[in-house]
Design a protein around this ligand. Structure first.
Ligand code: ZN
Length: 410
């Protein structure tokens, strides 16, 4: 009798919610969605904003007007406006040569980026603090402050020195993306020309075990499919795809296919949908135009890594993003929700979240800076996700993964 009642209550509230939404005005829908949005712990697992700090011309504690030149996509005041409680700020290292010099530069740059996050959070301690556990995030949310988790995008700065995993754990780093767009000493990348290790290298296997030991989430975004399965074979904790989407919807090697999603479920991990237009929506015609323009930029000025001076990098950045602005994305918030629906239908509600990749290429019309976060909650509400479901998507799932990783560490 009681058991039956338990089953009926959620069913009843779903019917009620659906019936209500049909008769609700747009303002009423938004108001209801905002109540859920505010009650939820909202977490974004990937942005490259710290790169801006190192350039020295960006202040995370100041509000920047969305869309204005140089405004970036995340700052503490706008996080509050958009209801974003916790952000994983990634220290991004572009892949250079696997040489002592290359390693040394990446190592010192990575530590400098973490320094700059620490300095910024100390300076604006009334707005944000460095967080390392789900409890920190919950406490800071209650205090009305932002939680700043630290991640590293690319294991390159580990060089071939396994003791550096502990060094970064001690500095508060909670995930490391094993590689970036090129193969490195740890594993093969999903976007390099040819495999170098056939998945994880021997050193990479040690790195995964060491990350397990010290409670750092293994981030499988960017790594090749073979590397992904190699990681799942040896990890003793759930993994994170901090910013990847669904390959069945948008056919990119950066996205996860159905078998990978099923394997992710078996591991207890989570995929955080990346809001980068080409990962969200295949638009072959637009892609072709952009590729042609990007190719001619490369012919003229070389690749990102050929830009040695600050001035060269600035020109290159403006040209690169200028091309993308001339041919804007046709994706929208509904497309993000489609990726979430797909994962939920395939493997369940427990394994999906959001990793924007803001300030690293992420952003689409309707979801282009952190003040747009409520738009996705409205869309999920319209699709009849319950308050509980929305809370899982917005942060509950990834916080579960982080807690499990911490608990299974030594
Ligand atoms: Zn990335």
């Amino acid at each position: 009798m009681h058991r039956k009642l338990f089953f009926l209550i959620p069913l009843f509230s779903l019917v009620l919610q659906t019936a209500c939404q049909k008769t609700m005005s747009e303002e009423q829908i938004r108001a209801r969605a905002m109540i859920i949005h505010e009650a939820a712990l909202i977490v974004d697992t990937h942005c490259d904003t710290p790169t801006r700090l190192l350039r020295g011309n960006y202040d995370l504690g100041q509000r920047h007007e969305p869309g204005a030149p140089g405004s970036g996509q995340i700052d503490f005041p706008r996080m509050k406006e958009g209801g974003l409680d916790a952000e994983f700020f990634a220290a991004f290292l572009s892949q250079r040569a696997l040489t002592p010099d290359g390693y040394e530069n990446a190592w010192s740059r990575c530590n400098q980026i973490i320094d700059s996050m620490e300095v910024t959070c100390q300076r604006y301690s009334h707005l944000a603090e460095i967080a390392t556990t789900p409890q920190d995030a919950v406490r800071l949310e209650k205090e009305g402050k932002r939680a700043a988790f630290l991640g590293i995008e690319n294991g390159y700065p580990l060089a071939e020195d396994i003791s550096r995993v502990k060094h970064f754990a001690d500095r508060g780093v909670r995930y490391i993306t094993l590689c970036h767009t090129r193969n490195n000493q740890i594993c093969d990348s999903s976007t390099d020309d040819a495999p170098m290790h056939d998945g994880l290298s021997d050193f990479g296997r040690e790195v995964v075990k060491e990350m397990n030991r010290f409670g750092i989430m293994v981030d499988v975004s960017h790594i090749s499919d073979k590397s992904f399965y190699d990681v799942l074979e040896i990890t003793n904790a759930p993994v994170l795809a901090s910013h990847s989407s669904v390959r069945a919807i948008s056919d990119s090697p950066r996205n996860l296919d159905d078998d990978m999603l099923r394997a992710l479920k078996a591991n207890g991990g989570v995929i955080q949908i990346c809001v980068l237009d080409s990962y969200i929506k295949s638009d072959p015609e637009r892609r072709a135009v952009i590729d042609t323009a990007t190719d001619s930029l490369r012919t003229e000025r070389g690749s990102w890594s050929d830009q040695k001076t600050e001035a060269e990098q600035k020109i290159y950045r403006e040209a690169y993003y200028g091309i993308r602005e001339r041919f804007p994305s046709t994706a929208g918030v509904k497309d993000i929700a489609d990726h979430i629906d797909y994962v939920v239908n395939l493997i369940g509600i427990e394994y999906v979240g959001v990793g924007t990749d803001f300030d690293g290429g992420g952003g689409i019309p309707g979801f282009n800076d952190v003040t747009d976060f409520p738009n996705l909650t409205v869309e999920l509400f319209l699709r009849n996700y319950s308050e509980q479901d929305i809370k899982k998507i917005w942060g509950g799932n990834v916080m579960r993964v982080l807690q499990t990783v911490i608990d299974s560490a030594e």
